[in-house]
Design a protein around this ligand. Structure first.
Ligand SMILES: *[C@@H]1O[C@H](CO)[C@@H](O)[C@H](O)[C@H]1NC(C)=O
Ligand SMILES: *[C@@H]1O[C@H](CO)[C@@H](O)[C@H](O)[C@H]1NC(C)=O
Ligand SMILES: *[C@@H]1O[C@H](CO)[C@@H](O)[C@H](O)[C@H]1NC(C)=O
Ligand SMILES: *[C@@H]1O[C@H](CO)[C@@H](O)[C@H](O)[C@H]1NC(C)=O
Ligand SMILES: *[C@@H]1O[C@H](CO)[C@@H](O)[C@H](O)[C@H]1NC(C)=O
Ligand SMILES: *[C@@H]1O[C@H](CO)[C@@H](O)[C@H](O)[C@H]1NC(C)=O
Length: 458
């Protein structure tokens, strides 16, 4: 089917304004079309006073090509795809990587015209935490890119949420990354507040690893409010049609997350073991789940060579696959519950998990923000590096990595340096004590007491 079949007048009008061709000067984000921003209360999202459920798809056409590109910096691509979003009846897309040096006005305003919000991952391949080397990759070069992405999207009213990371922890043996994941959430929340932006929710998208997905949920929602995530998102492929609420195990999933004090949604779902008819939609937007879950995003819009595509894209032509029609029908058939859908209006922090064979985090301390990144809080991040450049994963040095810990409960990201000697070789990086950095020692208060708990476990 050709895009022109679905191109509405409104979308066409929006797309005719301000085309951001590559190479044009980057202009500040301008939200010409506004929607009601999504807010968080208790364990749910709200659009004004109405409960908001994410009905969406994951969107990264070209994601399978091996060359990272930004689908929402391309006015042609989003004009081609938005009519299909409308056909699906969705209200949200998730984009995994954007070019923070480009302007996104055309697509973001066209999405707003169509009533579609954005859940945005702030990492890119080159500017991200490295799960094999979390300490080195948590550095100021990385945070500058993350903050520049926040700057590029904070002004759009249809920016629903930021994902600080996707599946950084993807196995049983890399839960040692958790303090870094949590530190990035903390830093983003502080940046959004200090820059005076709307409180755009910040959270994380967790891999389908049964051994630690729920422990991580507790970890990201424990401690002081400045460190807690605003929501948690899980990737879950356990409902494989034909199935049911009980056969899939989603009943247990709901039981396990009952009482979780922040919004929870599926950042990826849609098992392809058998053909997808999206029976799970009738459960996800039904009161058997809505007290705990706020909807989800189907993986994924376009076929990228892995069998998950709802449509096949060839240049300007989009061809819906069988599961596109099933999803469209399933969304249309399942209306949202009335009222609050069983949501809880109070936000509750969890108790931080303790170290175990499945949780390689020794205590509740987080790495302090790298001192070289602190200035962005007051000056702004400046121009983003985009998708190219040297990348950040190996950019860390003693000068621009974290040089200490910030203990949970301090309510501050101010660096505290340890007077202890020696470098920890233990992978439990939350408690790892960086080599003494004389400059940091001079610049920051030495707080020995806060380190004692962590040291005892080293
Ligand atoms: C946000 O957008 C408005 C127009 O909608 C514009 O006036 C303003 O300068 C923008 N702010 C930033 C920080 O880009
Ligand atoms: C934008 O998307 C269109 C349609 O997929 C594609 O043909 C074009 O090459 C893209 N432009 C850029 C600059 O990536
Ligand atoms: C990181 O530190 C190194 C060594 O001091 C320095 O050469 C580099 O420019 C720093 N990078 C940034 C972005 O601050
Ligand atoms: C973790 O386990 C995977 C196999 O599941 C292995 O490929 C990887 O190297 C391991 N990583 C570490 C840091 O031990
Ligand atoms: C729920 O929790 C139980 C007990 O920890 C665990 O065995 C089970 O795998 C969990 N189920 C799901 C679907 O997360
Ligand atoms: C899945 O769909 C394909 C194409 O629509 C069809 O050929 C195949 O028989 C279906 N498989 C099952 C198990 O229904």
């Amino acid at each position: 089917m050709k895009q022109s079949l679905f191109l509405t007048g409104l979308v066409a009008a929006a797309l005719s304004t301000g085309v951001a061709a590559s190479g044009s000067p980057v202009v500040k984000p301008r939200a010409t079309t506004t929607v009601t921003p999504i807010t968080v209360t208790g364990n749910a999202f709200y659009q004004g006073s109405d409960r908001f459920y994410i009905r969406g798809v994951d969107y990264q056409p070209g994601g399978g090509t091996g060359v990272e590109s930004d689908p929402i910096a391309n006015a042609t691509a989003c004009a081609r795809d938005i009519p299909y979003f409308t056909k699906l009846g969705i209200n949200t897309i998730r984009v995994y990587a954007v070019d923070n040096s480009k302007n996104h006005d055309t697509c973001m305003n066209a999405l707003a015209e169509a009533g579609i919000y954005l859940v945005l991952d702030t990492d890119t391949s080159k500017y991200s935490l490295n799960r094999d080397d979390p300490k080195e990759s948590y550095n100021s070069v990385y945070l500058q890119s993350v903050f520049a992405t926040v700057d590029a999207f904070a002004n759009y009213t249809n920016t629903l949420a930021f994902l600080s990371g996707n599946e950084v922890i993807n196995d049983v043996n890399n839960t040692n990354c958790a303090p870094y994941v949590k530190a990035v959430v903390r830093d983003m929340k502080q940046y959004i507040g200090d820059r005076g932006y709307r409180s755009i929710p910040v959270g994380y998208s967790a891999a389908d690893v049964s051994q630690n997905q729920e422990i991580l949920a507790d970890y990201l929602n424990c401690g002081t409010d400045d460190q807690r995530s605003d929501f948690y998102a899980i990737n879950d492929y356990s409902w494989c049609d034909p199935s049911s609420f009980t056969t899939s195990g989603w009943d247990t999933l709901v039981e396990n997350y009952t009482g979780y004090g922040i919004p929870l949604f599926m950042s990826e779902y849609g098992c392809i073991t058998n053909n997808r008819t999206f029976e799970e939609v009738s459960a996800l937007y039904n009161t058997e789940m809505t007290g705990v879950f706020s909807g989800g995003l189907v993986y994924e819009y376009s076929e990228e060579g892995n069998g998950y595509g709802l449509v096949t894209i060839d240049g300007d032509t989009v061809t819906p696959n069988a599961d596109f029609t099933y999803l469209s029908s399933a969304y249309a058939a399942q209306t949202n519950p009335s009222g609050d859908g069983g949501a809880s209006s109070t936000s509750a922090a969890t108790t931080c998990p303790t170290e175990s064979s499945e949780w390689d985090v020794a205590n509740d301390d987080l790495p302090a923000i790298p001192s070289a990144a602190e200035k962005y809080m007051s000056t702004g991040a400046g121009t983003g590096p985009g998708l190219d450049g040297a990348g950040s994963q190996d950019a860390g040095t003693a000068d621009n990595e974290s040089a200490g810990t910030a203990s949970a409960g301090s309510g501050t990201v101010t660096e505290t340096s340890s007077a202890s000697s020696g470098t920890s070789t233990k992978k439990s990086a939350g408690a790892a004590i960086a080599p003494v950095d004389m400059k940091a020692l001079g610049a920051f208060m030495v707080v020995v007491v806060s380190m004692l708990g962590g040291m005892a476990l080293l």
